[in-house]
Design a protein around this ligand. Structure first.
Ligand SMILES: [Zn+2]
Length: 467
């Protein structure tokens, strides 16, 4: 039995690494975006966000220097300024609604997201949306305390500063897909702002192809004092959301889709190949290519145990959604009143944030987002033919419609591998047979390529009868 085929042994396969998402040479546009990310601007924005005393969702909104109202007006003004400075294509707006009283909302309150949209060049039916978010609300020890100091430098001014920096750096660039940069509110009160935006996206039928939240990406030092400024965790697993849909917790349309997905997964061993897993795998591969020496730890869970984030309302609606978080959290500086106790400083203060590290995580995000937005959409209706007993693998898929489409890449890996290990570019076909490579022994994917070498995330093939 043929167990594995090394990259170098496969004459027609492209060089490893850099399998799924493009050639080994960096795309100059992506490299320029990554190079433009500034730790100094990120540091200044985290300091400013931490200066509003609190950004609690229920805090005051009339002051110009304190509370969540001042914070969101400042975020919007910054993004407006970046838009003006880069030709005005970045559309910045408040996305506001009134949240009725609920578990962590004692009286009705206006929740306001700050949303900056950079329209893609491939408008109409080819348009896709990618969302990147951080939450700008903050909290103290008591989640209902709207008055106490809550600087939220790491949770989550770090994520907001990352999103603002990406919006400002990418605003002057052109991408095929539409990018949405969001600073959301109400996260600590129950993921409210993100839930609202995801609900609207579902209602409007936005072609949302992926969502990334950055929450607590600020510290390279763990509670044990150990420093790790060369890695980040990426939580990516779309399977639990499919199971939740099964129980009827979400829309009928998604529940129906989820049943079909789960069936295909159960029949073919696709537990680690949902669109969310593919997004995670892609972000790891692209990020590590553009930031050599930095590691993205891909963790196949929706989030840390007992925790949640703004990607969850997206996952629950069937969208691919993932979360970046620092490698080792220090809970003395998270959801804590600012105070000294037994010689220990508690509180989420800027002094415990490492802006150079936040900039590295921002570069990982920016490389992935730029690559996603330049590449074609992942191929659709990808199937693996299961008509007869044989040792070959035949894949087929529907043709992509992008005008700059160059062809397709078949990817595969041993089932125990986290990322793709083999790749074969097959040109502008919609069916291909891998001779002597058994579909029973590997996991497969198909990606779409454009003329500049940009590749989409992979699509997992469903078992299909031959046509
Ligand atoms: Zn948070």
């Amino acid at each position: 039995m043929q167990r594995t085929i090394g990259c170098g042994l496969l004459a027609v396969a492209i060089a490893c690494p850099g399998l799924a998402a493009g050639p080994a040479e960096p795309n100059p546009q992506i490299a320029a975006v990554v190079a433009a990310i500034s730790a100094q601007r990120i540091e200044a924005r985290i300091a400013k966000l931490a200066s509003f005393h609190t950004r609690h969702t229920l805090s005051e909104t009339n002051s110009e220097t304190r509370g969540i109202g001042a914070a969101r007006r400042w975020i919007k003004a910054e993004l407006d300024h970046c838009s003006e400075a880069s030709g005005g294509r970045l559309k910045v707006a408040f996305d506001a609604y009134v949240e009725p009283p609920g578990r962590r909302i004692p009286q009705a309150v206006e929740i306001v997201n700050v949303v900056a949209v950079l329209p893609g060049a491939q408008a109409g039916p080819l348009d896709r949306y990618y969302v990147v978010s951080g939450h700008y609300d903050s909290r103290a020890t008591d989640v209902m305390d709207a008055k106490g100091q809550a600087p939220g430098a790491n949770d989550d001014a770090s994520g907001v500063a990352a999103v603002m920096e990406m919006a400002c750096v990418m605003a002057a660039q052109r991408f095929d897909a539409t990018l949405v940069f969001m600073a959301v509110a109400g996260e600590e009160q129950g993921l409210l702002g993100a839930k609202h935006w995801a609900e609207q996206a579902e209602k409007l039928g936005l072609p949302l192809a992926g969502m990334i939240t950055n929450d607590i990406i600020g510290s390279s030092t763990g509670a044990d004092g150990k420093r790790d400024n060369r890695s980040v965790r990426l939580f990516a697993n779309g399977l639990p959301a499919l199971l939740t849909a099964q129980s009827g917790a979400t829309s009928d349309a998604f529940a129906q889709r989820a049943r079909a997905e789960l069936k295909a997964i159960a029949q073919s061993g696709g537990e680690f190949d949902t669109p969310t897993h593919q997004l995670g795998r892609y972000l790891k591969e692209i990020g590590e290519r553009y930031l050599p020496g930095f590691t993205v730890h891909l963790i196949p869970r929706p989030d840390r145990f007992l925790r949640g984030g703004d990607h969850l309302p997206f996952l629950e609606r069937g969208y691919a959604a993932v979360r970046f978080t620092e490698p080792a959290e220090d809970y003395r500086h998270q959801h804590q009143d600012v105070r000294r106790e037994g010689g220990v400083q508690f509180g989420d203060l800027p002094e415990f944030v490492d802006p150079a590290y936040v900039a590295q995580v921002t570069r990982i995000n920016a490389a992935g987002l730029a690559a996603l937005a330049l590449a074609p959409a992942p191929p659709r209706e990808v199937g693996i033919e299961v008509g007869e007993l044989e040792n070959d693998t035949t894949l087929r898929w529907r043709a992509n419609a992008e005008p700059d489409l160059a062809g397709y890449r078949i990817l595969w890996r041993d089932p125990g591998e986290a990322t793709w290990t083999h790749a074969l570019d097959v040109g502008k076909l919609t069916r291909h047979t891998l001779k002597g490579i058994s579909k029973d022994n590997f996991v497969f994917g198909v990606a779409a390529l454009d003329h500049d070498g940009n590749a989409s995330p992979a699509s997992f093939p469903r078992p299909l009868r031959p046509e």
